[in-house]
Design a protein around this ligand. Structure first.
Ligand code: GRF
Length: 196
């Protein structure tokens, strides 16, 4: 299973996927990681983990579609089969979804369909909900939508800040993301239709 990873930030989710592969919990390989922000910490992680990287700086592309065209080109060169958005902070276009139909997986730090978009952790705190969590789902054109693969719930504590809550959510993200990727690949292989 060849995974092409897209990441914009620290890359802790990317790292747990690499570790799951090393531990043979996930039967896959990562031929290439694409990141879009020159300062993203994920770059150092990838170097340490010996995963090849390419920087595609979104500021150098006129339109979202142009960035996605380049992503598709790079992933196809590397025979990528599944696209993993591991904290990819860009809106994707039909160009990416049409090149990898039902093969783009996203992770989001809320229990979807609640709290879509950026600042999902702050949104949950502001709403006063007592439970939030994280969701791994197949990406669709609408941001943070698409068939849900796996979720984990996380309690919100009285003294939580966005940082403490996000840290607690990430513990769960790191558990379910590799599992959900394995599940998606298995279901696709068995032609089970996840879309309802
Ligand atoms: C995660 O919380 C993910 O849900 C969100 O961005 C964050 C990425 O974290 N989409 P990291 O870069 O994997 O540490």
């Amino acid at each position: 299973l060849k995974l092409g990873v897209l990441a914009s930030g620290s890359g802790s989710n990317f790292e747990v996927i690499v570790k799951a592969i090393e531990k043979e919990e996930l039967n896959a390989e990562i031929p290439i990681l694409i990141y879009n922000n020159p300062k993203a910490k994920v770059k150092e992680r990838a170097q340490r983990l010996k995963i090849p990287t390419i920087l595609l700086n979104h500021r150098e592309f006129k339109q979202r579609e142009d960035l996605d065209k380049k992503i598709v080109e790079v992933f196809q060169e590397h025979q990528v089969e599944w696209v993993i958005m591991a904290g990819w902070m860009r809106v994707i276009t039909p160009i990416l979804l049409e090149a990898f139909p039902n093969r783009v997986i996203n992770i989001h730090p809320s229990l979807l369909p609640s709290f879509k978009g950026i600042n999902a952790v702050e949104q949950a705190l502001k709403a006063g909900v007592k439970i939030t969590g994280c969701t791994v789902h197949l990406a669709s054109l609408e941001v943070d939508s698409g068939p849900i693969l796996m979720q984990a719930a996380v309690p919100i504590l009285a003294d939580d800040t966005p940082e403490t809550l996000h840290a607690r959510i990430q513990v769960q993200e790191h558990k379910i993301f590799p599992q959900a990727i394995a599940l998606a690949a298995k279901n696709a292989f068995n032609s089970i239709n996840l879309v309802n």
